[in-house]
Design a binder for this molecule. Sequence first.
Ligand SMILES: Cc1cc2nc3c(=O)[nH]c(=O)nc-3n(C[C@H](O)[C@H](O)[C@H](O)COP(=O)(O)OP(=O)(O)OC[C@H]3O[C@@H](n4cnc5c(N)ncnc54)[C@H](O)[C@@H]3O)c2cc1C
Length: 423
Amino acid sequence: MKEIKTTDFEKEVIRGGKVVLDFYSTECPPCDALAPKFEAMSELFGADVKFFKVFRQENRELAEKLGVSSSPTVLFFDDGEEVGVRLSGGIRRSELFEGMKCLLGVEKVKQVKKAIEPQETSCDVAILGGGPGGLTAGLYLCQAKTNTVLIDTALPGGQVATTHQVSNYPGFIEPQPGYMLSHNMSEQTKRCGTTYKVAVDVTHVDLEAKKVIIDDFETISAKKIIISTGTSPNWLNIPGEREFKGNGISYCATCDAKYFVDKEVIVIGGGNSAIEEADFISKFASKITIVHQFDKLQANQQAQEKAFANPKINFLLEHEPRSFKKDGAKMIVEVEELKSGIRKSLAADGVFIFVGMKPNLEIFKGQLELDQWGFIKTNEDMKTNLNDVYAVGDVRSKKYRQITTAIADGTIAAISITRELGQ
Ligand SMILES: Cc1cc2nc3c(=O)[nH]c(=O)nc-3n(C[C@H](O)[C@H](O)[C@H](O)COP(=O)(O)OP(=O)(O)OC[C@H]3O[C@@H](n4cnc5c(N)ncnc54)[C@H](O)[C@@H]3O)c2cc1C
């Protein structure tokens, strides 16, 4: 693998045959997460494909010419033509393999994958999930000199990374951008010595044997496992939702509100997330209609008062959405008035859905004891029903799900583990 500059581009890339190009920056955690994967790919495919790195800050003109606006961005070239899908953000190994298929074909990539030697890593503690709960556990564990591996299917940070502003995290006078708070938490835990395996595919988890397989071929064996996989937004599961997800329907205001400048938006839900996010969306949109099933909002008083005082926000209470359709670029939401059963259609430019969260537990398939809502039961030390398996944060059965409660859980699990390991 070689580092190239703008002046090498014509020779090495345009006339270079099959090429993979990684635009990276310094002080870029997703670039750091990609680096070992990119290196490993270059070792696997180096005989057939050239792998180059380009330092984006020093080669701005080239980046701009190619339309590369974030780091890392990986591009695939075949005989001077860009092929396949550009990758950016938390890039997984599986996505790189997909890209290689465009260059070398499905069979060749299959063949190379088959020849990969399985790897095994041993540690004291494997943490699954790098949100506030997992990161805090990692911090305490590494400070106690416990050999800890933190595994995340995405980049670390959890839900905080996509929260616009956090105003209730102690220690800051002013509200903090969520991405900065999560970045600081993640860097603190990493610098302390926790090993990160992030933006990976978690292929299999055996909680009894304490083995986690990532990216199909790497097994992480631990003495103890902490589950901190958090939650994901609930779906309404009504017609049109799946079809228009990402194309008119969003579950993340921080990610998508910016696309609705001077547009009309419908927000579904009446809890804290819905009301606080509606307020954030109102910085961009011209009109927001909140559709909520009850006659009162469920959000806390402060959030409600702010929303009621916001001239851009309207309320449609005691209504439930029944289906989503599209009319040209407009989203059409069919809503039902619950008292009368009368249905009507609302038109908007976009829809945001905030109707609660469900625990991320698919990978554990029936291995754990859960409460009636499907969250993991633990004792006071965060121990689950399985020996040496702990659960912390939003994924755990508890009443209040906040950053502070997740980090408290992470602290308790880590101290409890440290004592048990005699460290
Ligand atoms: C819109 C919104 C706004 C919020 N605002 C606030 C606020 O202002 N203040 C506040 O205190 N709280 C707020 N919260 C709640 C807060 O974000 C959560 O309570 C907190 O993030 C929970 O932390 P966690 O570590 O349990 O899980 P999460 O933050 O959800 O992190 C879970 C991590 O696990 C990873 N993961 C998932 N599945 C797997 C798997 N199979 N293997 C490995 N990793 C996996 C995910 O990628 C993620 O990084 C908000 C939540 C939302 C949705």
